[in-house]
Design a protein around this ligand. Sequence first.
Ligand code: AMP
Length: 197
Amino acid sequence: MKLIFLGPPGAGKGTQAERIQTAHGLVQLSTGDMLRAAVAAGTEVGKKAETLMAAGDLVPDEIVVGIIADRTEEADCVNGYILDGFPRNVAQAEALDKMLASRDAKLDAVIELGVDDSILLARIEGRAAETAGGARADDNAEALKKRLAVYHEQTAPLIGYYKTAGILKVVDGMKDMDAVTAEIEAALELKEKDNAS
Ligand code: AMP
C-alpha cells in the first residue's frame, strides 16, 4: 500500500504514520526527517536545505523529489510506504505521479488530517515552548507560523488535487490520538476491501 499523510504542521502526521506503519508493515518516509539527517551530517543537500528549513520555507522541489525517488526504491519499501510531509505542493505531487507511473505503481490513498488553525497555533506554540533551544531549528513560534502559512498557500491545494483523483480520505485530526488512529484504520480497511472486490 502506498499512502500519503497530508495535513498542516502539528496535525499529528508523524505520530499517526508511526502507528500505522507498524500495524501494516509499511515504512514511514518523512522528508523532514531525511532533510534533518542531511543537515546534521553536513551533506551537500543538508547545506542547501538548512537555512530554508530554519525559516520554515520549503526546500527546492528537485531535492525532495530526488530523495523520495531514491528512497522508495530501497528494499524495505517493497510492501509499501507512508509519505509523511511529501508532496508539499502541486509540482511535487505531479512529479510523484510521474515517478509512480514510470514504475507501473499508484497511490492507494491520501489521508488528510484536518485540524483548525486556532488549535494548531496553540499546539505549535506549546511545542515551541517545550523545545526552546532544543532539537529542531524550526520549532520556534515564528518559523512555525511561517510553516502554517506555507501549508495554506502551497500544500492545501493538494486536497483538491487528490479529491479529483478520487483517493482522498478526510480524517478529523482534532480528536484524541487513539480516535484519529481508529479513523485512519477504518479508512484503510475500506480501501483494502475495495482492492479485494
Ligand atoms: P516537516 O518535518 O515535514 O515539518 O518538515 C520540516 C521542514 O523540512 C519543512 O518546513 C521544509 O523546510 C522541509 N521539507 C520537508 N519536506 C519537504 C518537502 N516535501 N518539500 C519541501 N520542503 C520540505
